[in-house]
Design a protein around this ligand. Structure first.
Ligand SMILES: [Zn+2]
Length: 315
């Protein structure tokens, strides 16, 4: 099977991680005309014409009313096409005027409105600044944290405890039994909307354990073999979805917890019918469903009209 390139991943940026510890070089980058800032405001990223809105320092000076950010207020994202990019948290300035032709988009608004490479960069900037916003204080002693190493380390101003960008690993799985697959519906979804089973991994279990536990908890279906297929950064706010195909060992469904209001087994014909609303095409849930569907069909699920989609993502 071809490798699945999920939305929000696979951007072209070179993260230049060795530069993060070199504050002098990062400082020098701030004086280069090839350096641009990508503004992020409370989880919303600045977009212009369907692309990340990259602002030079002259633009930033106008937008911030002369409050030029310092290195400590920026996160070095890396280099792309000879441009050095920093994420700029507008929280660090008292005012920010949105430049003409630009607008801030939420993570969910990005889906489908920007291409994959742009989505990857915007999710990256949004994710790292979300971590900044939620780690302003030391989890150890409660004193304020300071951003260091290009924004990739938060260091406590009192006890020097260091913390690092966090991700929440979650599994997402298409369980199949013979020629049907297991999908569920959450209570707040429209009646025909179904998706794969998903949930966060917990301490003391590997991802395969998490697959078996989540499927059993949510549907009472026992899972045998499970195979990794693809993963997707899911910046709502910081999940990493790890996608599997798994074999169902039993078929009787019982909703053991309150996660799902409905679950069932669906054939490939069901997936193509108008009676089912599939997850958004930018989601790994759709990729997992389509990969299973396409294994035994001449029809490509992703090439069918997208009308049978519910245009709101979920984990
Ligand atoms: Zn501390």
């Amino acid at each position: 099977m071809d490798r699945i390139q999920t939305y929000f991943s696979g951007g072209a940026i070179d993260r230049m991680s060795a530069l993060r510890k070199d504050a002098q070089s990062l400082q020098r980058l701030l004086e280069q005309p090839s350096t641009y800032l990508l503004p992020v405001s409370q989880g919303e990223v600045l977009v212009r014409d369907g692309k990340p809105a990259l602002l030079g320092f002259a633009d930033i000076s106008i937008a911030t009313h002369q409050q030029i950010p310092t290195l400590e207020q920026l996160v070095y994202l890396g280099r792309i096409s000879d441009l050095d990019l920093f994420a700029f948290n507008t929280r660090s300035t008292s005012s920010f005027s949105v430049p003409q032709d630009c607008k801030f988009l939420s993570g969910r608004e990005l889906m489908g409105s920007v291409d994959n490479a742009s989505a990857s960069l915007l999710a990256y900037a949004r994710g790292i600044l979300n971590w900044h916003d939620t780690h302003m204080f030391c989890g150890h002693c409660g004193a304020p944290n300071c951003s260091t190493e290009g924004g990739f380390v938060m260091k406590c101003s009192a006890c020097s405890q260091r913390s690092f960008p966090r991700l929440d690993p979650a599994i997402i799985v298409l369980v199949a039994h013979e020629n049907r697959c297991l999908l569920g519906r959450q209570a707040n979804w429209p009646e025909q909307r179904f998706s794969t089973i998903a949930g966060f991994a917990e301490p003391g279990e590997n991802l395969e354990d998490a697959v078996r536990r989540e499927v059993l908890e949510e549907t009472n279906v026992r899972v045998g073999s499970c195979n990794y297929l693809a993963s997707q950064p899911w910046p709502f706010p910081s999940a990493l979805m790890v996608g599997f195909h798994a074999e169902g060992l039993s078929t009787d469904i019982k909703l053991n917890d309150a996660e799902l209001i409905e679950a069932g087994w669906f054939s490939r014909e069901d997936l193509r019918s108008s009676s089912i609303v599939l997850p958004p095409r930018q989601s790994i849930a759709f990729e997992l469903i389509a990969a299973w569907h396409d294994q035994c069909s001449d029809i490509r699920l992703g090439e069918l009209p997208a009308s049978a989609e519910f245009n709101a993502p979920s984990a």
